[in-house]
Unconditional design. Structure first.
Lengths: 1015, 460
């Protein structure tokens, strides 16, 4: 492999002819389109439809390189041979060490460390819109939890645990060398990705400096290969359905009984037991009973009303190819996905063009660009405890409410039944009325909307110049541009508009438009040098500079007084006057930050056995205080390739065994852009703007520092059948951003300021295993699994040793997000009172005496992972993958409403039928008239195992396609996503991105079929 | 061609390494940086507007009204102010924190502007005016804190609150009441000396400073000063009481800002401002949190115009507090009247009565009553106890829902006994005179952040 660095030999060439056939190792079928190159030259070809190739080569040429997307590249020595029959195998069993080429795209100076790769194959055609969700369970050290089933929603991604309390814990995402924003992944097509690499330890991440504390995710997109143009067309269609739920709600007669018992709602108002009805005539009482019977007979299934089967469809075409000087990859995709809930969907167009061109032997240029447009529609109050949220309304709506009126039109407003005393149907006040939960939430689907459009462009332009043998200069300019447009519309005919109680505050509907732009540009320059000395020392040095500028701007307006004849149009806004209350609201703002960095990487390898790598980076950030504007971050790593030692020569079952050790520092710069400055705003008094204090800055605020230590082993054993890695790590974040409370007398807005104090530790073990159980010509069977254990502990909190945050506590000695809540001690059988444990361990019914304790674990799962298996038989391909999270719990805020007699106006869990009624009742449901408190009763184990994906694919035999003359391969498949979930969690979905269940949009189960055709 | 390309590149690359760190000195565009904020006297005047913008005295009105015997819980209340109404006072009840914070933050804004103003020509009349207004605001806020968080001036070992004379991040101890009173009075003297003699009711003025002096003196039991400063306002300032036909105008904010009628100092509120009337009802849907207590409504005679103006009935036939129901820029939005001439009359009357000058006291009360009641009975002047009791009733009638009642009861050493018909929904029925809850707890946040802060008696 050192030959690449020997300057080209100037020999007069003698040529010879070589040929061969390339087959796929897994099934023995011939492979068209494989690139065959003579190493170190531009001489090469591509196999034809029968997998054959022939090539004229120089006698002096030594190595042939066979490459194909998704397959392990093979280098075959040519000495003395003219026929080469090569079997290509999947990347997965590649023995190559993963070398991440941060800042050195041609791999001269690489970083080696705790790195795992997810290849294209695992991301392609997964029926979700965002790639972060696809990564779930794929590799070690990654904990990914999706917080929402809204199409296009991003997940919460943590690499080796949460490393910051207030500074943000999302990883840094780098695509083709330029940082991209975390969050608008719905605008990216993961089918364009060649691989996704997760950088975990200091040796791998430290070079990314002050943004790398939370780990780095590197995305590399596909590039063209020289040879015939390859065209792929892909189609996928699917349907999303609701997953199984784990709760039971009352039916109408149960609910009406409960209302009567709880003395609340329609069931009580019409009850003969209600003293208000005592003096009524039997005729009136009979009317009440008739009405109650009518209601008992209605059993609206509100889930059916709000949930639908969503259609998903994707068309994609990509072309790649080129010649030795110019290569291209271009792709277009149209993706549409309907959400489970009505009024929620995503549609996107994405285009990509990646181009590489050799200006001369020494100068290369390239671009990687993607442009996309995505539009989406979202539900009301997503993930909110609000009756407007359809996923709350479907639980909380009484089943005796009806979606349609008798005349077939949509119902809304109030349930009304003439009250007892007056029988005047014309007088609105003489009705007993209850707001209709289900129909009023449904009215929001009909008469309101919330939509967004995102336009995103990511472009990376680079040029490389081999100045001297071994010395390359590289310049890169990257831009991540996103423009978002949001629209909120409330029709003047919406119930919300009509029901505004105060005439003055009814603004007859409104339409809100907002625009936001985010532009991040990165200009990188590196000098990269590598030298082989005395055949055994390899020295590599890279120095570089990087300048990053991020700019955010947003503005918007809200107009009122909409004309209902011009639906959802900005033209329907009534101009505001001083009297009509329609004066539009306007607003906007902008912010900016910059980062300027200088960095260097040093690599030294001795005898191919011992490698040392070191990096140092100096980051200056505009966001930090003038007293602490620059950070120096460094790392050192050591790799010992044991399998190359002499004493391993006889050990044939070991193909590769490497020991890795690293230590270093990284930073987290998650503070506000101008948090270090004292700034003044323009508050108004009596309508006149003045100047008033807006922020009291701290010039000392600086980086959080992550100290990361890692020890790992990479192994390939038994003829590469068993491979994987083991890592242990100990990461300590120091100078944690913590919020220090201040005396109000200091006048600091918020009575708090962020300081650098405290420490938190994440330590853990990661295990990755792939095993090929059967590997022969026609049949392969492999299994894979990974498990990551992360132990988080807060070591020091500076000013305090704990602070509460809602039902969680941040306390020294505990993991982050530990639940903190009084412990439930059941219901007193004698009195029906709720009981709690007090400080001294005794049982009390007085909630004020209950002890708040942190003994119910944390909402951050310490154990995460996935496993799967793949079977291949001839053209058939069957795979299944599971993901799991274990050892965590969440607070079910939904049961606080569903199992609470004080909310009896809404539908209840059937558990409430067990309410304590008389002394001696043994139940978990406290009596009427007691206050329902949130206690440990509401904390539920959220551990789950999920059959994430099952896929069956069939590749049409190449022989059959030969006759078509132009179709090279056809693959058809069917798959199911989120097929099964095993959990004790009650509710729709145990998986969530936070500690509290608040009627989140659940993940859907998706069935899809697709076809991939290559031309 | 390629050579040009290479050299251009080389220059670019070298330049990128040299790029200087000064590019990192970015300034926000949405807010004004410290150095740019105050460059002219006009900027300083704008800074004064910022001080008024920060002044929010709603919470004291809310607490004093809800904790007193002037309100009755409504069935539509979903928790708004119920803990206060039932005297379930703990250091973590939010209202105690908001009031504390709002006052100290405004004090800090005034202190910052005093520092800024001192850098300009302190002989310039505009700078003098700003400084005078800052001293007034600083005194006003400190005194509001004293009224809420401390025992009566004459109570044994009564602690004051920290007096903040500078903008500084520190953990101050509680100053003695004497120190705070001394500093507040000094600030007001300073304000009177610095301010011009123009009058605008929504900014601090010399008249307002004198009126506040009278109020401070009354709390200090310094009745001579109370009479002196009240007399300055009543007899020399040109202020007049609203007459009987104008009482409604006070609460609709219908007097012009420069009209010396009734309102001495108020905080202007416009569309979008905090709504004072939200103490009693929800501006967005009209839901009622509190109705006026029967006890209070019983205090008015049928010919008392105040009852018509202060109370009402809504569309659902519930009794409502109409005193702060809005000035026409949105429901419940109304100027907060901080100092009124009628209070100054009541201060002087009380001071006279305390000095046993019952005739003078009755005269002040009669003057006030004649502008409120069409056929007023004469105020009693036979004995001090009767006169004082009558004054206390009149003060309750006149100043209801203006942040006085609960604090007056503390000052007078009286308790609360709510009527049965006012407590159907409330658990707080009786609060004995001298109960520790007449003094509010120092908020939890302050106790937590400031190790030198001492909690009030009865709270832990």
């Amino acid at each position: 492999m050192f030959l690449a660095f020997v300057p080209g030999l100037m020999l007069m060439a003698q040529s010879k002819s070589i040929s061969g056939v390339v087959t796929e190792a897994a099934n023995g079928l011939t492979m068209p389109g494989v690139t065959v190159m003579v190493k170190g030259t531009t001489n090469g070809t591509v196999t034809n439809i029968d997998g054959q190739f022939s090539l004229q080569v120089d006698e002096a040429d030594e190595t042939l390189v066979f490459s194909f997307v998704g397959m392990a590249t093979q280098e075959i020595p040519m000495v003395g041979k003219t026929v080469f029959n090569v079997a290509m195998a999947d990347d997965a069993v590649a023995v190559e060490e993963v070398v991440v080429t941060a800042y050195g795209s041609k791999g001269k100076v690489g970083l080696k460390g705790a790195i795992t790769t997810v290849s294209a194959k695992e991301l392609e055609q997964v029926p979700v819109a965002t790639f972060d969700q696809m990564l779930q369970g794929k590799t070690t050290g990654l904990a990914i939890s999706s917080g929402s089933g809204q199409p296009g929603a991003s997940a919460k991604v943590r690499i080796r645990g949460t490393s910051s309390i207030t500074g943000g814990s999302a990883p840094l995402y780098i695509m083709d060398g330029t940082p991209i924003s975390a969050g608008d992944f719905a605008n990216l097509n993961a089918n364009d990705f060649e691989n996704v690499v997760v950088l975990k330890d200091a040796a791998a991440t430290s070079i990314y400096g002050s943004r790398a504390s939370n780990g780095v995710i590197l995305i590399t997109t596909k590039r063209g290969q020289a040879g015939d143009t390859r065209i792929n067309y892909r189609y996928q269609a699917g349907v999303s359905v609701k997953t199984q739920d784990n709760f039971e709600l009352m039916n109408s007669s149960e609910k009406l009984w409960f209302e009567e018992y709880a003395k609340k709602g329609v069931g009580w108002d019409l009850s003969p037991l209600n003293p208000v009805n005592a003096g009524l005539s039997s005729a009136l009482l009979g009317q009440h009973e008739t009405e109650l019977n009518r209601l008992r007979g209605i059993n609206t299934n509100w889930q059916d009303a709000f949930v639908r089967n969503g259609q998903t469809q994707s068309h994609e075409i990509n072309l790649s190819g080129g010649n030795e000087k110019t290569k291209f990859y271009m792709a277009y995709q149209n993706y549409t996905q309907e959400g489970l809930a009505q009024r929620s969907d995503l549609m996107r167009h994405t285009g990509r063009l990646n181009l590489d061109h050799e200006v001369s032997k020494k100068i290369r240029v390239g671009v990687s660009t993607t442009f996309s447009y995505a539009s989406n529609s979202t539900i009301e109050s997503e993930g909110g405890i609000a009756l407007a949220n359809p996923f709350a309304a479907m639980y909380l709506a009484n089943t005796y409410e009806e979606l349609y009126k008798p005349d077939g039109s949509y119902n809304r407003g109030f349930y009304k039944f003439p009250s007892n005393d007056e029988r005047n149907f014309a007088n609105e006040n003489d009705y007993q009325s209850f707001a209709l939960t289900g129909p009023n939430a449904y009215d929001r689907i009909l008469n309101m909307s919330s939509t967004g459009e995102n336009t995103k462009f990511v472009g990376v332009f680079n040029a490389e110049w081999d100045i001297l043998p071994g010395l390359t200069a590289k310049t890169q300019y990257g831009i991540d541009y996103r423009q978002g447009q949001g629209e909120r519309y409330v029709s003047p005919d919406a119930f919300e508009s009509e029901n505004a109680s105060d005439e003055a505050s009814n603004r007859e509907g409104y339409i809100s438009e907002s625009t936001s732009r985010r532009i991040e540009t990165t200009f990188t320059n590196t000098l990269d040098y590598k030298k082989l000395i005395a055949d055994k020392h390899i020295l590599g040095v890279l120095v570089g500079s990087e300048y990053t500028d991020r700019y955010n701007q947003s503005f918007g307006f809200t107009g009122y007084g909409l004309n209902s004849k011009l639906p959802e149009s900005m033209a329907s806004i009534t101009p505001g006057t001083s009297t009509n209350n329609f004066i539009p609201g306007v607003g906007g703002g902008e912010s900016q930050r910059r980062l300027f960095s200088l960095f260097a990487i040093l690599n030294y390898t001795l005898n191919d056995k011992y490698s040392f790598s070191g990096s140092i980076r100096r980051d200056g950030s505009s966001a930090f205080g003038e007293n602490n504007q620059f950070a120096m971050l460094y790392s050192g790593g050591f790799i010992w390739d044991i399998s190359r030692e002499g004493f391993m020569e006889g050990v044939h079952w070991v193909n590769n065994l490497k020991l890795r050790a690293s230590y270093g520092t990284t930073g987290n710069q998650g503070v506000g852009d101008f948090e270090s400055l004292t700034v003044w705003g323009t508050p108004s008094y009596n309508g006149t703007p003045g100047i008033g204090l807006a922020g009291s800055g701290d010039p000392d605020i600086k980086w959080e520092i992550g100290h990361k230590a890692n020890l790992g082993i990479d192994y390939n054993l038994f003829n590469n059948r068993l491979n994987g890695s083991v890592d242990v790590y100990n990461n300590i974040t120091s100078d944690l951003f913590l919020v220090q409370s201040l005396s109000s007398t200091a006048g600091v807005p918020g009575d708090a300021k962020r300081v650098n104090a405290g420490e938190m530790r994440n330590r853990g073990v990661e295990l990755l295993v792939n095993y090929d159980i059967i590997r022969n010509r026609n049949f392969t069977w492999s299994v894979n699994g990974n498990i990551s254990y992360n132990d988080n502990e807060i070591l020091d909190l500076g000013q305090v040793d704990e602070f509460e945050s809602g039902t969680s506590i941040v306390r020294e000695g505990l993991p982050l997000n530990s639940h903190y809540i009084p412990e439930w001690a059941g219901v007193n059988p004698a009195t029906g009172d709720p009981m709690y444990y007090a400080e001294d361990g005794s049982v009390t019914s007085d909630f004020n005496k209950a002890a708040w304790v942190a003994k119910f674990g944390t909402s951050e799962a310490p154990i995460n992972g996935g496993f799967g298996s793949a079977l291949k038989y001839k053209g058939f391909d069957l795979s299944a993958s599971f993901t799991y999270a274990y050892g965590y719990s969440r607070l079910n805020n939904e049961s606080f409403f569903q199992e609470n007699h004080n909310f009896a106006q809404y539908n209840m869990s059937r558990k409430m039928l067990d309410i304590w009624q008389k002394p001696g009742d043994i139940t978990e449901i406290q009596r009427l008239g007691t206050e329902r408190q949130i206690t440990s009763k509401d904390i539920e184990d959220s551990s789950f195992l999920r059959l994430r994906n099952v896929q069956l694919a069939y590749r049409v035999p190449t022989e059959l396609l030969k006759h078509s003359g132009f179709i090279q391969s056809i693959r058809v498949y069917g798959q199911a996503q989120n097929l099964l979930t095993w959990t004790s969690w009650s509710g729709f979905d145990p998986e969530d991105s936070n500690n509290i269940a608040t009627y989140e949009y659940p993940a859907a189960r998706t069935y899809s079929i697709g076809v991939d055709v290559a031309f | 061609m390629k050579r040009i390309f290479k050299y251009t590149w080389l220059v670019l690359v070298v330049a990128s390494f040299m790029a200087c760190d000064s590019k990192l000195n970015l300034n926000p565009k949405d807010s004004i940086i410290d150095e740019d904020a105050f460059q002219s006297i006009e900027d300083v005047q704008d800074g004064m507007i910022g001080v008024y913008a920060s002044l929010n005295a709603h919470t004291v009105v809310a607490i004093s009204s809800r904790a007193s015997d002037d309100l009755r819980l409504s069935a539509q209340n979903r928790g708004q102010g119920i803990a206060i109404h039932n005297w379930e006072f703990t250091a973590s009840v939010g209202e105690f924190y908001s009031m504390w914070r709002d006052m100290y933050h405004t004090i800090d804004r005034a202190n910052r502007m005093l520092e800024v103003a001192a850098k300009f020509d302190v002989e310039d009349q505009r700078i003098k005016q700003v400084m005078g207004e800052c001293y007034f605001i600083r005194a006003y806020c400190h005194f509001e804190l004293m009224r809420a968080y401390t025992m009566n001036f004459d109570a044994a070992d009564a602690m004051g609150v920290p007096f903040m004379a500078n903008s500084v991040i520190s953990n101050p101890v509680r100053d003695s009441q004497t120190e705070v009173y001394t500093n507040v009075k000094a600030d007001l003297q300073e304000a009177i000396a610095l301010m011009n003699d123009e009058f605008t009711s929504n900014i601090a003025t010399e008249i307002a400073a004198n009126a506040l002096m009278a109020r401070v003196a009354l709390y200090e039991r310094n009745y001579d000063d109370a009479i002196a400063y009240a007399s300055t306002v009543i007899d020399q300032s040109g202020m007049r009481l609203a007459n009987i036909d104008e009482v409604e105008k006070i609460w609709d904010d219908a007097f012009a800002l420069n009209e010396k009628a009734e309102v001495i100092f108020k905080l202007s509120r416009v569309e979008g401002s905090p709504a004072l009337g939200n103490i009693f009802s929800d501006a967005s849907n009209g839901e009622l949190y509190f109705s006026p207590s029967n006890d209070l409504q019983n205090q008015y005679t049928a010919d008392d115009v105040r009852a018509d103006v202060y109370f009402g009935v809504n569309s659902q036939s519930n009794e409502t507090v109409n005193k702060h129901d809005g000035k026409g820029v949105g429901p419940n939005i109304v100027d907060l009247k901080a100092l009124r001439l009628s209070e100054v009359f009541l201060i002087r009357a009380e001071a006279y009565i305390m000095k046993n000058m019952l005739t003078e006291g009755a005269e002040d009360l009669n003057n006030l009553r004649s502008t409120r009641i069409s056929m007023p009975t004469a105020a009693p002047d036979s004995d001090q106890a009767t006169a004082l009791a009558f004054l206390q009733e009149e003060r309750r009638r006149e100043l209801a829902y203006e942040g006085h009642r609960y604090i007056d009861l503390k000052r007078w050493g009286l308790g609360i006994k709510r009527l049965p018909e006012d407590t159907e929904l409330a658990s707080g029925i009786e609060l004995e005179a001298g109960d520790f809850r007449f003094v509010f707890p120092i908020p939890q946040n302050e106790m937590f952040a400031n190790d030198n802060m001492e909690q009030n008696k009865g709270y832990n």
